[in-house]
Design a protein around this ligand. Structure first.
Ligand code: NDP
Length: 241
């Protein structure tokens, strides 16, 4: 669903998008060879490795093979490091989209207490870093965190990236908080829901993102922004084809 949306949005924007599919038992060397060939292809400005990969593929090494200048998903350690330092780079699309959503609320982030639940490399860590670089005071929570509800209640900005339906209840949210729901959970009846008990939490929050149609579409928009950035900024060595 997600891959199709990205592909469709590229086409709507007039970008060429090509999906390269491989069988689940594809060899590590074949994938590496494919990425290296895309790295060297002047017609290609952005490369995205859709996660999760089959276990035998060592996703860290695969992601590290993507040229950082074409890493529009912002998952190469080089871009993670630059994000940490607050330098210009490709920032992962979901956190970048969250920052855009926060900007649009016109809330001054300086000094706000942001509580991020989740510490994945894709969402939790990079959004925590971006909020810190925007002068928030940041608390990062995970599965071993103690007194989670009480930490959540201190949040001016609460980012839920857990992957558990309705994990955040109204009694975990401070009145007037901004609540960003990153979770995408499929229920037994096939419906998609977030990590936040939206109907009850919305009564307390000043701003809240729905699921679907919240962070998801912003992730795709941010990926497109990253791709345009890659196209504008890439510099080819003079002696290459
Ligand atoms: P991960 O599974 O990698 O991370 C989940 C995090 O939640 C972990 O850090 C884990 O802690 C923490 N966690 C799990 N249980 C608890 C608990 N009981 N209390 C506190 N923390 C807990 O998921 P992702 O970060 O990749 O994704 C999170 C959600 O966001 C998923 O639903 C995913 O589908 C969705 N998502 C949505 C996107 C979008 O575009 N809207 C993009 C990417 C993801 P620990 O580290 O200790 O295990």
């Amino acid at each position: 669903m997600y891959v199709n949306r990205k592909h469709r949005t590229c086409l709507e924007l007039g970008m060429l998008s090509e999906l390269r599919k491989f069988p689940g038992n594809v060899s590590y060397s074949r994938i590496i060879q494919e990425i290296k060939s895309l790295n060297n292809d002047r017609k290609v400005h952005g490369i995205l490795v859709q996660l999760p990969l089959p276990e035998h593929l060592n996703h860290k090494k695969v992601l590290e093979t993507v040229d950082p200048k074409k890493d529009v998903d912002g998952l190469h350690p080089y871009n993670h490091g630059k994000n940490l330092l607050g330098k210009d780079c490709f920032r992962p699309a979901t956190p970048r989209g969250i920052m855009t959503l926060l900007e649009r609320t016109k809330t001054r982030l300086e000094g706000k207490h942001a509580v991020v639940i989740g510490r994945s490399n894709i969402v939790g860590k990079p959004i925590a870093v971006m909020l810190l670089n925007s002068d928030c005071t940041v608390t990062i929570c995970h599965s071993k965190t103690r007194n989670l509800p009480s930490l959540c209640r201190q949040a001016d900005i609460l980012v839920a990236a857990v992957g558990k339906p309705h994990f955040i209840k109204a009694n975990m949210v401070k009145k007037g908080a901004i609540v960003i729901d990153v979770g995408i959970n499929r229920l037994k009846d096939g419906k998609i829901t977030g990590d936040v008990d939206f109907e009850n939490v919305r009564k307390k929050a000043s701003w809240i993102t729905p699921v679907p149609k919240g962070v998801g579409p912003m992730t795709i928009a941010s990926l497109m922004e990253n791709t345009v950035k890659a196209c504008k900024e890439i510099e080819w060595p003079k002696n290459s084809d």
